[in-house]
Design a protein around this ligand. Structure first.
Ligand SMILES: Cc1cc2nc3c(=O)[nH]c(=O)nc-3n(C[C@H](O)[C@H](O)[C@H](O)COP(=O)(O)OP(=O)(O)OC[C@H]3O[C@@H](n4cnc5c(N)ncnc54)[C@H](O)[C@@H]3O)c2cc1C
Length: 389
């Protein structure tokens, strides 16, 4: 049996960088990173939250800790690109908008106050200013922060590849077969490989609360979300080429939506992607997860999202539309869990729909907790402690 200082299970947005930081710190590391299913409609999993071409990245957030997690990660994107050769960060700009009156005004106040305190603060615009500058039709009464730099989108698949590549360069060993059992430092993979380590990090994303790899169950809500895509012609993509990533609150809605600018997907086409649900079905097991990923999401949710896409982008010409399933993981605290689950086990999970952009910093903090260093002095108000069932 191969023995390591650390085994990290899960090579997603948090686990990949965690393994890299541990390996770059001189430790022997095994990263057990199941690949993205080649065909999600037939795969038994495991699944993940990052199987996509684009994730919004931005310094502005509704909270100082989420902003700091992002800023520290964004500051390192170019270094990760330079060292791995991957193209990860697309600095298209990021717009965050909300109403100044009504139930969602507090959301707007929060992100505007974070925006105002940033070094090189973003521009603050009203709906008319956004329409003039970007041709985007926000609801009247909206107020927006517009980050022209250090915001836009990042490619989570490219980030995953880069983190794994750099972990390998630092001496880590990578195993593609999923972990199916973990007992006191001994891990068994689905292909029969047995590994052992002094310490195990479980970063299995939407599976972390139900896969039995942790000695305690973290309290997490895994939501089955639907996202919608609008396929664009090359000409329409060129017309929208300067569009930023955006988060906004449509008229009369009690939560925000997000939309990505035109992104080229592996099928060669350009797509706009929109998402944002507050409530949806919950996923409780790997069987629920597989059933959800075998479908195409909920058609009616897709129609509602695409109607808002059209409202905010006047004159939008769409060639085709489709929906897809995804899974997001909400913690009890609203922040990721980066905590000891036992003397030799760390939990690193709970992205709260926002951890792709800041996975690098979360992975760094996870590596610190796993190696016994406290993170109390890292500048966060949160402790990132887990809540257990
Ligand atoms: C549609 C959608 C849109 C989103 N938009 C944004 C956004 O715009 N910006 C943003 O920052 N975040 C966004 N997020 C959230 C972000 O993607 C997640 O917060 C992030 O991926 C969580 O990282 P993670 O490492 O916890 O889990 P994941 O990224 O899901 O990674 C978990 C990994 O563990 C692997 N795994 C699971 N079980 C095993 C096992 N037994 N053995 C081996 N490997 C295993 C999986 O294959 C996967 O690779 C979005 C999420 C979704 C679904």
């Amino acid at each position: 049996m191969d023995t390591f200082d650390f085994i990290v299970i899960g090579g997603g947005m948090m686990g990949g960088p965690c393994a890299r930081y541990l390996a770059e710190g001189g430790h022997s590391v095994a990263l057990v990173a199941a690949p993205e299913p080649a065909n999600r409609t037939t795969s038994a999993g495991p699944f993940g939250s990052h199987f996509d071409a684009a994730r919004i990245t931005r310094r502005v957030a509704a909270d100082a800790d989420w902003s700091l997690l992002s800023r520290r990660s964004i500051d390192r994107y170019r270094d990760i690109e330079a060292r791995s050769g991957a193209r990860i960060f697309h600095e298209t700009g990021a717009l965050m908008a909300g109403p100044t009156e009504g139930g969602m005004a507090a959301f707007t106040d929060r992100f505007l106050s974070i925006a105002g305190a940033l070094p090189q603060p973003p521009d603050i615009l009203d709906a008319a200013g956004v329409a003039d500058r970007l041709g985007i039709a926000l609801p009247n009464g909206s107020r927006a922060s517009f980050e022209t730099m250090q915001g836009g989108w990042m490619d989570p698949r490219a980030m995953r590849g880069a983190q794994i590549d750099l972990a390998l360069k630092a001496g880590a060993q990578v195993f593609a077969s999923p972990a199916c059992d973990a007992q006191e430092g001994s891990i068994r993979l689905a292909d029969g490989t047995a590994l052992s380590a002094g310490h195990v990090v479980v970063a299995t994303g939407p599976h972390a609360a139900s896969d039995g790899l942790l000695p305690r169950v973290p309290l997490l809500k895994v939501w089955a979300r639907t996202i919608a895509f609008a396929r664009l012609s090359e000409a329409e993509g060129a017309r929208l080429a300067t569009m930023p990533s955006m988060i906004w609150v449509p008229d009369g809605w009690d939560h925000d939506l997000y939309m990505l600018p035109p992104v080229r997907y592996p099928d060669g086409h350009l797509y706009l992607k929109i998402g944002g649900q507050v409530d949806s079905a919950r996923i409780h097991s790997s069987e629920d997860m597989a059933a959800w990923f075998h479908g195409d999401g909920e058609a009616d949710v897709g129609l509602r999202l695409l109607a808002e896409m059209r409202r905010v982008l006047p004159g939008l010409q769409v060639e085709a539309e489709h929906t897809q399933p995804c899974a997001v993981v909400w913690s009890e605290t609203g922040y990721p869990y980066i905590d000891r689950a036992g003397p030799n086990v760390t939990v690193l999970c709970g992205g709260n729909g926002a951890a792709a952009k800041c996975g690098d910093e979360l992975g760094r903090l996870g590596a610190m907790v796993a190696s016994g260093a406290g993170i109390g002095g890292e500048g966060y108000a949160q402790t990132f402690e887990a809540v257990w069932a």
